[in-house]
Design a protein around this ligand. Structure first.
Ligand code: NDP
Length: 295
């Protein structure tokens, strides 16, 4: 089993550098996927209220035999639960489904630029949950520089993490640098470029990229492993997703090789500047809102 390196969040909490994602993993496949991840050695699972599979994540952890204290659970509050009281209740819903008293990292899934006051109130609820010991760290996701700037103006706790789309075809260096200067860790979603083949975003899969393929061959590793390694060496957290046990294990087996400076630069050179996921500025309750069921 690989020994996973850790990243220290801005409040001292330790996060396993590679975690396991479950976006688009149907609830009935989530249990087996998370079980496979835990037996492969993952100790960090990233889910979200909006994924509809928190319950199965919790069940898999509970049944795994791995002690709860050894698993870092991260989940996200959906925009429909923003607002101070609503977000406090959002925690209850997520914790209830996960079957835990405390969540390791709770983040806001998106900024709501059209109603930023609601976003601010949601974040204030996270600050309360942190002060009350219900969560060990708090953060955000898909926040761009203007959203972070607006949030930091008035926040008492600097977000520990900003989970954003980062893969070789979309690097978001500006928001990463802004976060780094303020102690906000960038956490890469779609770290191996998943979004580039889920959606018609105008580019092909980073897994098929010839530059990444050559680097992979040189190390006797796979393109996915090279991409996870690229994140790690640039100080990011990465949360690759798979439902296939062999790939789940493969994506964590990244601690026995290192990319050269030249190889990192070659991967950096693949950035197209084109986002695969939704434009964060366009997120509204009208278009993306949907109720999150009670626990
Ligand atoms: P990833 O970059 O992790 O890619 C996942 C895709 O790659 C799946 O189609 C998977 O298929 C395939 N895959 C996985 N491993 C391999 C491999 N070794 N070789 C070939 N193909 C592979 O994309 P995601 O979009 O899933 O992002 C990862 C996680 O990030 C999510 O699960 C979620 O937790 C989080 N996320 C957060 C978002 C946010 O807004 N905050 C948005 C999107 C994701 P298969 O399962 O069949 O193996």
């Amino acid at each position: 089993m690989p020994t996973i390196s850790h990243l220290r969040l801005n409040n001292g909490v330790e996060l396993p550098a590679v975690g396991f994602g479950v976006f688009q993993t149907p609830p009935d496949e989530t249990r087996t996927a998370v079980e496979a991840a835990l037996s492969a050695g993952y100790r960090h699972i990233d889910t979200a209220a909006a994924y509809g599979n928190e319950r199965q994540v919790g069940e898999a952890i509970a049944k795994s035999g791995v002690d709860r204290s050894e698993v870092f659970i991260e989940t996200k509050i959906w925009i429909s639960d923003y607002g101070y009281d609503q977000t406090l209740h959002g925690f209850d819903k997520s914790a209830g489904k996960l079957g835990v008293d405390q969540i390791d990292l709770l983040i806001l899934h998106q900024a709501l630029p059209s109603d930023f006051d609601k976003t601010r109130e949601a974040y204030r609820a996270l600050e309360t949950l942190l002060a009350d010991g219900k969560v060990r760290a708090i953060g955000v996701s898909n926040f761009m520089v203007d959203h972070l700037t607006a949030l930091l103006d008035g926040a008492t706790v600097v977000p520990a993490v900003n989970q954003i789309e980062v893969h070789p075809y979309f690097a978001q260096r500006e928001v990463q640098a802004f976060g780094a200067e303020r102690g906000i860790l960038s956490q890469a979603w779609s770290p191996i470029g998943g979004i580039t083949f889920y959606r018609d975003s105008g580019h092909t899969s980073a897994l098929q990229d010839p530059v990444i393929g050559e680097i992979a061959k040189a190390h006797g590793k796979s393109p996915a492993q090279v991409m996870v390694r690229w994140h790690l060496q640039q100080g990011r957290s990465a949360i690759p997703k798979s439902t296939k046990p062999a790939r789940i294990a493969e994506n964590l087996d990244v601690f026995d090789f290192a990319l050269t400076g030249e190889q990192l630069t070659a991967i950096d050179g693949l950035d197209t500047g084109k986002r695969g996921g939704p434009e964060p500025a366009d997120i509204t309750l009208e278009t993306f809102g949907r109720p999150i069921p009670e626990a």
